[in-house]
Design a protein around this ligand. Structure first.
Ligand code: ADE
Length: 411
């Protein structure tokens, strides 16, 4: 609790870059759209998340928050949420796996009527271990690509038992948060962990989704030679035409100085790749789970492992080569840096807040499936963000509106 004052400073600092969320907070304080609703949120416990929690609280919600990753909590922020705002918060940076899951159980002890997830661990534990509580839940939201994939799989298997809005699918989420937010903060994490110079390095990026695209452009901007690996032909083609070299990982593994996985899949960097990597290679992951680098295989190959810097573990191989795993293979932007900057979390969390309001108002009409963010919410977030940035845009004239809705006019 001694960290609470420092945490409050971090929360206030982030708030300066979150004008959209603050506008929503002001409206929520008047209208109380979440009055009396119990919310359990499983999110990265950062200063930006704290601002979302304060917005939900202003709306009248009764909140319990737990971490969505063992290595992403800012302890001072957790202390401030408890000490200054009386928000139940279960999160300790560096907690072990058992504690991580105990914290999820503690958030569920709150008996939520709404869940807010980042990666779907909360929903998964609720469905697997707390079935009797499910009828209490009116709906939930999901923040990230990986969580949406898991939830859609649950819906496809017919086991998802309440409606979820996939916040990640909003344009004002993935086009900005994933591309610019993860793009920038991943390099920030790698640089803070290692102080490496990117200029002149061969940076291998596995995955060319929204995150991979953002990361590749930023790495190129730093002067790196960027190599892309993909399994999707369209995305691979896009990477080629964006000017990047595209190849199989088996080939890239021989060339790369820095490897970054952003696929959402497992064992993207595997035994055969470690076998041919250069001495000194850096291995980082910025996908949601720590499953993209096969650490078990690397551990088996290694003759010794030592911590050489706070977020860097050196694996020594039998032939003398050293491979360096950053942030234990967990999402490097939160493990070694501070996650996405507040200016993009502003839009992601504005979507979260407005979707929570939407669920509270429309729960009775919603089915047990994964919904996209309503288009009105997406465009409202963009409109408010532009307004906050002092940018005005054109509107269609009556003539233009008529032209666009007519079919008679041609060549
Ligand atoms: N995910 C990525 N960056 C984040 C941040 N700063 N706060 C909460 N969730 C995040």
């Amino acid at each position: 609790m001694k960290l609470a004052a420092e945490g409050q400073n971090l929360i206030d600092w982030a708030a300066r870059e979150m004008p959209v969320l603050l506008l929503i907070r002001q409206r929520f304080a008047k209208e109380q759209p979440l009055k009396g609703i119990k919310v359990a949120a499983c999110l990265h416990v950062t200063s930006e998340t704290a601002n979302l929690m304060l917005t939900l609280k202003a709306a009248g919600a009764d909140i319990a928050l737990c971490a969505s990753n063992p290595l992403s909590t800012t302890d001072a922020v957790a202390a401030a949420l408890v000490g200054q705002h009386s928000i139940k918060t279960y999160a300790i940076r560096g907690e072990d796996n058992d504690t991580y899951y105990q914290h999820i159980e503690s958030a569920l002890d709150h008996h939520p009527a709404m869940t807010m997830d980042d990666g779907a661990d909360l929903v998964s534990v609720l469905h697997k271990k707390r079935e009797s509580q499910i009828p209490e839940v009116i709906g939930g939201t999901e923040e990230t690509t990986t969580g949406v994939i898991r939830l859609k799989a649950m819906a496809d298997h017919g086991v998802l038992r309440y409606p979820i809005i996939a916040v990640n699918e909003a344009d004002t989420k993935h086009m900005f948060d994933n591309r610019y937010g993860t793009g920038q903060s991943t390099l920030d994490g790698i640089i803070r962990a290692t102080n490496v110079l990117l200029a002149g390095k061969k940076v291998v990026i596995a995955g060319y989704g929204w995150v991979g695209r953002g990361l590749a452009t930023r790495a190129k901007g730093h002067g790196a030679d960027v190599l892309i690996t993909e399994v999707d032909a369209v995305k691979a083609l896009e990477a080629v035409m964006d000017g990047f070299r595209v190849m199989k990982m088996a080939e890239a593994a021989r060339e790369g100085d820095i490897f970054i996985t952003v696929t959402g899949d497992v064992n993207v960097l595997d035994r055969d790749h470690f076998a041919v990597m250069k001495d000194g290679a850096l291995l980082a992951n910025s996908g949601h789970f720590n499953s993209e680098i096969n650490l078990k295989a690397l551990d088996d190959l290694a003759t010794g492992v030592r911590q050489v810097r706070p977020s860097v573990q050196e694996y020594k191989l039998a032939d003398g080569r050293r491979l360096h795993v950053l942030g234990e293979g967990r999402l490097i932007n939160l493990a070694a840096a501070e996650g996405h900057p507040a200016a993009v979390m502003d839009m992601s969390f504005a979507n979260q807040a407005l979707c929570a309001e939407y669920i509270a108002r429309n729960a009775k009409q919603l089915e047990r499936k994964v919904y996209d963010v309503p288009a009105e919410i997406d465009s409202e977030v963009a409109r408010l963000k532009l307004h906050a940035m002092g940018i005005a845009i054109d509107t269609l004239t009556e003539e233009q509106r008529r032209y666009l809705s007519s079919w008679e006019e041609g060549t």
